[in-house]
Write a protein that binds this ligand. Structure first.
Ligand code: DQA
Length: 144
């Protein structure tokens, strides 16, 4: 069972709750992170969350996860999903299994959101389930 799970949130996800709530829902990032911690704790695991609007900081945090006993990553890279070879390379380098999550169903949206640099190396991808997608990814990680 995964014991140490890192949840990474990319750019603009700090605005959840007020950002396009019709697309992303009304829960804040703090609400989501607190709920994930409760779910993880109930299984005796730990769930740490990190958000950054900066690509290099996300790369640095992924690299650090190779040295801090992280055994599963859940990542919503936001817009970097569609642009960042660097985040993909970092995830490939640390070799920690990860689930890619998107609150919205990106396939119902603009075509530039249909391609992800991360999906091909992810264990799985969850789109369109709103905040529950993070919980589903966490429960999956906890079962590994
Ligand atoms: C998102 C979808 C991305 O296309 C967008 O840039 C985001 C959020 C989602 O969770 O639905 O910032 O990753």
């Amino acid at each position: 069972m995964a014991q140490n799970i890192l949840v990474l949130h990319g750019p603009n996800l700090n605005l959840l709750g007020t950002r396009e709530p019709d697309v992303y829902g009304h829960q804040t990032l703090a609400d989501i992170n607190e709920h994930l911690q409760v779910v993880a704790s109930a299984s005796g695991a730990q769930c740490l969350a990190y958000q950054s609007n900066h690509e290099g900081e996300l790369v640095d945090r992924i690299q650090a996860s190779a040295r801090d006993n992280t055994d599963y990553i859940i990542i919503n890279a936001g817009a970097y999903t569609h642009t960042s070879v660097a985040i993909r390379d970092a995830l490939a380098a640390v070799r920690i299994p990860f689930v890619e999550v998107h609150l919205s169903n990106v396939y119902q949206r603009e075509t530039f959101r249909h391609h992800s640099y991360l999906s091909a190396i992810a264990k799985g991808v969850i789109v369109g389930l709103g905040a529950y997608g993070y919980e589903a990814a966490l429960r999956f990680a906890l079962a590994q």
